[in-house]
Write a protein that binds this ligand. Structure first.
Ligand code: AMP
Length: 403
């Protein structure tokens, strides 16, 4: 079975063709500058097939982008499948499923309407996801499509974790609550953690740390998300590359008055100019910060320290929330690559049974146990694979629908 996984943004579209049964990746790539001019990248993962790197392909809309993807996949010289019939289904990453979607679903007219209804909750992302789905439906009218939501995994949170301490009518009337994001990643790595530990997910209390340019931490109890650090939007939680993370809302009023900013300008600062970029004044990339810190840049060192400290605090909070923790998972760009940050975050947690193994932690980008053999709480490095999770969900839903 081959599943085409699509992640559509407003002017870009990432794709992968995967076999969810074997996990084999056949091809991946990216369409950029959709609606502007169009750049197409194709990376076949099969021996002897040639890649294309940011070549000019006119893409006035997402439909031309999808057509370029399909043409490349079936190309007689460099394609990886013989015909479009070999694409069994398409899995779409959708950012916001609100309270409507607690799991992945087959896309039909009702689902499309619900996605439209949820646009106010994700005004930047959901419209692009909808355009991507419509473009695929136009090019592949008979291929089943499945929607996989970033928010769905967190729909199991109890009200005490997702209700904000605001007048309750803002939740009832306006759907203002914690939704959480990165759900597909947290679900994937917590499933892998259970497999690595040889336990059923229902027996485990896990803390999943997705640390990348955007970061979120999730408490997973018995296979279910029970709390997560991002909120109504992905701006909440730990400081990130350029996002502030949690902030006293009073700061906004003070700065808006002082610098005569409107709310959009203020949010632009919080989303694009804050986080480790804002504190360091150097970069949003942790590699640059390590570099600058090693040369004596104190603000770069402070930014990394603040980030690590905030992740550590959240781990402590979630262990308390669950009444214990069996394993802590590190994933995404920082979590998979930065041994020094994993060590900084997990050291000092010996009081709760976490004992790191410096040698085992000296690893990157592959599944590994990085805690000491006698650590009560296991610490795991697990590379995330959201596309594979989307492909697996898509295959399962399509197979179930066929009966
Ligand atoms: P992601 O958003 O998951 O793609 O993660 C991207 C982030 O991972 C980058 O901004 C980097 O800060 C970080 N990253 C990647 N490689 C390393 C590394 N070797 N050491 C520290 N951070 C890294």
């Amino acid at each position: 079975m081959n599943i085409l996984v699509i992640n559509a943004g407003s002017s870009s579209l990432k794709y992968q063709l995967l076999n969810p049964d074997t996990g084999a990746l056949l091809a991946k790539g990216l369409c950029e500058r959709i609606g502007i001019d169009g750049k197409f990248t194709y990376k076949p993962q099969v021996e002897g097939k040639a890649a294309q790197d940011a070549v000019d392909v006119a893409m006035p809309t997402h439909a031309e982008a999808i057509k370029a993807v399909l043409d490349a996949l079936v190309d007689k010289d460099n394609g990886v499948i013989g015909s479009m019939d070999e694409i069994d289904a398409v899995g779409h990453r959708v950012v916001h499923g609100a309270e409507t979607f607690a799991c992945s679903v087959m896309i039909d007219e009702r689902v499309m309407q619900a996605l439209e209804d949820n646009i106010p909750l994700a005004p930047l992302h959901n419209p692009a996801n909808i355009v991507g789905i419509k473009a695929c439906q136009a090019c592949m009218p008979n291929v089943p499509m499945v929607g996989v939501f970033d928010t769905a995994f967190h729909q199991t949170m109890p009200p005490k974790a997702y209700i904000y301490a605001l007048p309750y009518e803002y939740y009832e009337k306006d759907k203002v609550r914690r939704y959480g994001f990165h759900g597909t990643s947290h679900r994937y790595v917590s499933g892998r953690a259970a497999a690595m530990l040889g336990k059923d997910p229902s027996q485990l209390k896990l803390i999943s740390c997705h640390l990348g340019n955007g970061s979120s931490i999730t408490a997973v109890d018995g296979g279910k998300s029970v709390d997560t650090s991002m909120g109504f939007t992905p701006l909440a939680g730990v400081p990130m590359g350029t996002r502030s993370g949690d902030l006293d809302a009073g700061v906004m009023q003070y700065l808006m008055n002082r610098y005569n900013m409107n709310i959009d300008e203020m949010l632009n600062v919080l989303n694009k100019k804050s986080g480790v970029q804002g504190v360091s004044g150097v970069s949003s990339d942790f590699r640059d910060l390590d570099d600058a810190a090693s040369k004596g840049n104190e603000r770069a060192a402070l930014a990394v320290d603040m980030f690590n400290y905030s992740v550590k605090k959240t781990i402590g909070a979630y262990a308390a929330a669950m009444g214990g923790v069996d394993a802590i998972i590190f994933t995404a760009g920082v979590g998979e690559n930065s041994a020094s940050q994993r060590m900084a975050i997990a050291s000092g947690l010996e009081f709760m049974g976490v004992k790191m193994d410096a040698e085992a932690n000296n690893v990157r980008g592959k599944e590994a146990v990085i805690s000491a053999p006698d650590s009560k709480v296991k610490v795991l490095l697990i590379p995330t694979n959201e596309e594979l999770m989307i492909a697996m969900d898509t295959a399962e839903i399509v197979k179930a629908a066929k009966g």
